[in-house]
Ligand binder design. Structure first.
Ligand SMILES: *[C@@H]1O[C@H](CO)[C@@H](O)[C@H](O)[C@H]1NC(C)=O
Ligand SMILES: *[C@@H]1O[C@H](CO)[C@@H](O)[C@H](O)[C@H]1NC(C)=O
Ligand SMILES: *[C@@H]1O[C@H](CO)[C@@H](O)[C@H](O)[C@H]1NC(C)=O
Length: 923
């Protein structure tokens, strides 16, 4: 084949074009890549704000001087809980936990309106008298106070409180809150005004007033009675009864020999609160054990329960890490942000038909895919690198605590999957706006669904299989991966350890391994499917869904004269035979039997049928087209709008497939070898398909490289092409095509179709919108170009057809009505002169008489205020006679103007079109 450009030449051409294109787009690209940087800065700002709010004494584990009123050195400061009223004890370091007297939990709101606060203790036992003795021993009858040993005093008495305990024993709300404190006794004094208990706890001295609460024990027959009673009290809707049971005991089979009990304990907090709270069971157990001891050893025996305190502990939260907190949702959006960009860019090339334009000039699918994919990959990698590097530099733990190699692998696989998906989806969109809107909805929807739905599945004990199923959706896989990074970073920053490492992937609670596997497999799969669908669906490739089985199928005839095309001798033609059309058909049949290289385009019985839709009947756009165009010939197609010219060209350039028949370009069948034909074909489409931001020169360089021009040959060809089409001077060549006028764009399109010496060129109305000077210049270029190639040109300008075309075909209603060179056609269909004469209206009759004398077959076609037009049959009149007659007439009356014209091509065109349509309506 003629200088067929290789894969790498094409790739190189496309790469250079894209580089130039992206250089123009550098601002947009930079903005895109720097987007993550802005986000990272935003995150850091929010973090700083949060930290500054947290860094106050009230809410942070701070360091302060032991005596808060004085100043001190840093070394003297005490760190940890500085304000016992806040939540600090939960997270802050507690090196020396305070000691608190054990407290018995009392029911809330048990004090009656008259100021007495009676509580009950329920008990049951196998031996009732035994149980009674023990319950009598539990509470003292009078308070025992030893001022010099407060802790011991509190232990001697039974201290009770209705306040709820907290999560740690750093605080004992029984003492620190404003709820009343009680000493529980068998009997209360008449005057229950309360005692004031001075106490010193957590470094501060306070007074707490203590009132008496009288406790009575009640016998119940069985533990199920106790259960029922407690259950009824517990029911919140039963408001009439005051819940006054402090505790309950079942002594079971206990006796002198053995001690075996069940203790019912009370909690006051509401159900459904899930924060862990310490329970005040120890005091109940101590009470009953003490009572048993007194039963065994006498009333003087006491087992003092002096205090409870929790273990010293390290601090558990350093700070709130906003990046890890928002990690999943926020970063999912950031990474997904690239998806609409890629999809839009792909659909744009499709919508603007730039892809098919490149393909028609020989760009193979392989180089296109490689370069496009490579470009998007480079863009995505820069984007993610920027994201990770800046995030790390700005100190986001999300990035620098996790192993960078895992992050790299994760992001790399994901962006590849994302690009493949964009390629796949771009096959289904033809409109940029739809694609953009859909993509952004997908991005935000995925983030939100991931953050609010999918995450709740991950956190809950949902079957692992189902979660993996959901991760098959790439957005959720991404979310899961980012979520794992965020979790690892958050855990690491709290425990001061590392984030995710490779060995953590084997941990079954870490979802990263599945995510990586799923994404990798999907990447390969989606890429394959995307390429396959592109091959089948995209216009111009014309491949069947089973194109990869091509090797096993019977190939269509490769060149002339092979089976598949046979003479159809007994063909019944439905139309009135036209000698020139029949002659063309015989020529084609002859050519197929005896191939010659001279004929660049041969069409044999080409048909295109559009099946009926929505009840409309089907339509033949092209029927029984036989045509041979030799090298060095410019064939002009004329025809009214909708005659089928564009359908014919679409078939020839591979946009649509013929319904039947065959066409050969340079001996190659358009049904099977379109890709090879493209390498020696040039197309000037009806609408200019140009990149707005590339200059004319860059367009020509790109298409020239696609056509395998290199080095100085390329520069020279581009230069010549620009000069010949008048695009060279005044810096036009280096202006961006978007700034060109319509005429300049048109000329550039023609230049593109001719660069690289294509053997066959299709031009669809090349001169529309050109000024006369530009048109002249264009014509001379085409005239020069047709010398060694075949050109098929459609036009509505008869002048152009006459100037450029060696042969013309008039196309009406899907078939050729006549074919021949302009002169022949005029001779055949014209056959008349048009005679015009203008006189004053008084002499109209004289003019008519004069014409009648010239020929009786004259036909008046126009008459208005003295101007008359006649058609004179050529065979009847001699031009000399006409001149003579006019001379005579001039002597008799005043002739303002007169003229004699040969028939124009326009007349032929109108006549042929009218005849064909008349025939159609007849049949
Ligand atoms: C019940 O307990 C009392 C007091 O310990 C004891 O005296 C009595 O024998 C016990 N009764 C039985 C039937 O064990
Ligand atoms: C009060 O406590 C102190 C110190 O533990 C002790 O020495 C003293 O005997 C106690 N007084 C009484 C009356 O128990
Ligand atoms: C304690 O009582 C329960 C219930 O009656 C009984 O099942 C258990 O064996 C007893 N334990 C001992 C050590 O006697």
């Amino acid at each position: 084949m003629v200088n067929h450009s290789s894969f790498w030449t094409q790739a190189n051409a496309l790469l250079r074009k894209n580089l130039t294109f992206q250089k123009r787009n550098v601002k947009t690209n930079l903005r895109l890549i720097l987007f993550p940087v802005i986000l990272c800065i935003l995150l850091v700002l929010i973090q700083t704000l949060i930290d500054s709010q947290l860094d106050t004494l009230e809410s942070k584990c701070a360091c302060a001087c032991p005596d808060k009123s004085t100043t001190c050195n840093n070394s003297e400061k005490v760190c940890g809980v500085q304000n016992s009223k806040q939540n600090q004890p939960i997270d802050c370091v507690i090196p020396k936990p305070p000691e608190w007297p054990p407290v018995l939990q009392l029911p809330s709101a048990f004090c009656k309106a008259n100021g007495t606060c009676p509580v009950k203790v329920l008990f049951t036992a196998n031996n009732q008298s035994f149980g009674q003795i023990l319950s009598d021993n539990m509470f003292p009858s009078a308070p025992i106070v030893n001022d010099s040993d407060i802790m011991a005093s509190l232990a001697w008495n039974v201290v009770g409180s209705e306040a709820n305990p907290e999560e740690t024993y750093f605080n004992e709300p029984a003492f620190t809150s404003d709820r009343p404190l009680f000493y529980v006794q068998n009997e209360c004094p008449e005057d229950n005004s309360g005692l004031t208990f001075p106490y010193q706890i957590a470094g501060t001295t306070s007074d707490k007033e203590i009132k008496c609460a009288q406790c009575t024990s009640f016998w119940r027959k069985s533990s199920s009675d106790i259960n029922n009673e407690l259950y009824n009290l517990y029911k919140r809707d039963n408001k009439s009864e005051i819940d006054d049971v402090a505790s309950a005991f079942d002594f079971l089979d206990s006796n002198e020999e053995g001690f075996n009990i069940t203790v019912w304990y009370k909690t006051n907090f509401m159900p459904n609160t899930d924060s862990p709270t310490l329970l005040r069971i120890p005091r109940s157990v101590n009470l009953i054990s003490n009572a048993y001891l007194q039963f065994l050893r006498g009333p003087e025996t006491k087992m003092l329960f002096e205090f409870v305190k929790e273990m010293p502990k390290f601090s558990t939260t350093v700070s709130i890490e906003i990046a890890s907190l928002l990690g999943g949702l926020f970063f999912t959006w950031v990474v997904l942000q690239l998806f609409p960009v890629i999809l839009t860019s792909l659909v744009y090339e499709k919508q603007q038909k730039l892809r098919i334009m490149m393909k028609m000039h020989g760009l193979g699918d392989g180089p296109y895919w490689m370069i496009s994919y490579g470009y998007f990959l480079a863009l995505s990698v820069s984007y993610m690198l920027c994201f990770v590097i800046f995030g790390s530099v700005l100190g986001l733990k999300f990035f620098y605590l996790n192993d960078y190699s895992i992050q790299f692998v994760f992001y790399f696989i994901y962006i590849n999957l994302q690009i493949s998906l964009a390629f796949l989806l771009s096959s289904f969109f033809s409109n940029v706006r739809t694609a953009t809107v859909t993509a952004y909805i997908a991005v935000f929807g995925t983030g939100l669904l991931g953050g609010f739905l999918f995450q709740s599945f991950i956190d809950s004990p949902f079957p692992r299989g189902w979660i993996i199923c959901m991760e098959l959706y790439p957005g959720f896989a991404l979310y899961r991966g980012l979520y794992e990074f965020a979790q690892s970073a958050a855990n690491a920053s709290n425990s001061g350890a590392y984030g995710m490492r490779w060995q953590d992937l084997s941990d079954s609670s870490n979802g990263m391994k599945e995510v990586l596997i799923i994404m990798f497999v999907e990447w390969k799969l989606v890429l394959f499917v995307a390429y396959y669908i592109d091959q089948v669906l995209s216009t111009g490739s014309g491949k069947s869904p089973f194109f990869f089985l091509k090797g096993f199928q019977k190939k269509p005839p490769l060149s002339f004269g092979k089976p598949g095309i046979q003479r159809q001798g007994s063909k019944v033609l439905t139309q009135i035979e036209k000698p020139d059309v029949i002659q063309e058909r015989e020529k084609v049949e002859q050519l197929l039997l005896e191939p010659t290289v001279n004929h660049a385009i041969v069409c044999y019985d080409l048909k295109k049928f559009y099946p009926g839709r929505d009840g409309n009947p089907g339509k033949f756009a092209v029927r029984e087209l036989f045509l041979a165009v030799s090298r060095g010939e410019c064939f002009g197609m004329l025809g009214p709008n909708g005659a089928g010219k564009t359908s014919f060209i679409s078939m020839m350039i591979g946009l649509t497939k013929p319904t039947s028949g065959a066409a050969y370009v340079q001996g190659l069948d358009i049904r099977a070898h379109m890709d090879e034909i493209y390498t020696s074909m040039g197309v000037c489409p009806q609408h200019d398909l140009l990149w707005e931001s590339l200059t004319g020169r860059e367009h020509l360089l790109f298409y020239g490289r696609l056509k395998n021009l290199k080095g100085s040959v390329l520069t020279q060809a581009v230069e010549e092409s620009l000069k010949s089409l008048n695009l060279f001077h005044g810096g036009v060549a280096d202006k961006q095509a978007g700034k060109y006028s319509g005429g300049m764009k048109r000329r550039l399109s023609v230049a593109i179709s001719l660069i690289g010496d294509p053997k066959v060129v299709y031009m669809d109305e090349p001169s529309t919108g050109l000024d006369p000077a530009s048109r002249k210049c264009l014509w001379s270029v085409i005239k020069l170009a047709k010398r060694d190639r075949a050109i098929i040109l459609t036009t509505h300008s008869m002048e152009e057809a006459e100037a450029l075309c060696d042969r013309l075909g008039i196309f009406v209603d899907g078939s050729l009505q006549c074919i021949g060179n302009p002169k022949e056609l005029k001779g055949r269909y014209g056959g008349t002169y048009v005679f015009t004469m203008t006189t004053s209206s008084d002499h109209e009759k004289d003019v008519e008489n004069m014409v009648q004398q010239l020929t009786p077959n004259a036909n008046k076609i126009y008459c208005l205020s003295g101007t008359q037009k006649f058609e004179l049959p050529k065979e009847d009149v001699k031009i000399a006679n006409v001149f003579q007659a006019v001379e005579v007439a001039k002597r008799r009356f005043t002739v303002f103007a007169w003229g004699l014209a040969d028939t124009t091509l326009e007349d032929v065109f109108i006549k042929v079109a009218r005849e064909a349509q008349a025939f159609d309506t007849l049949s």
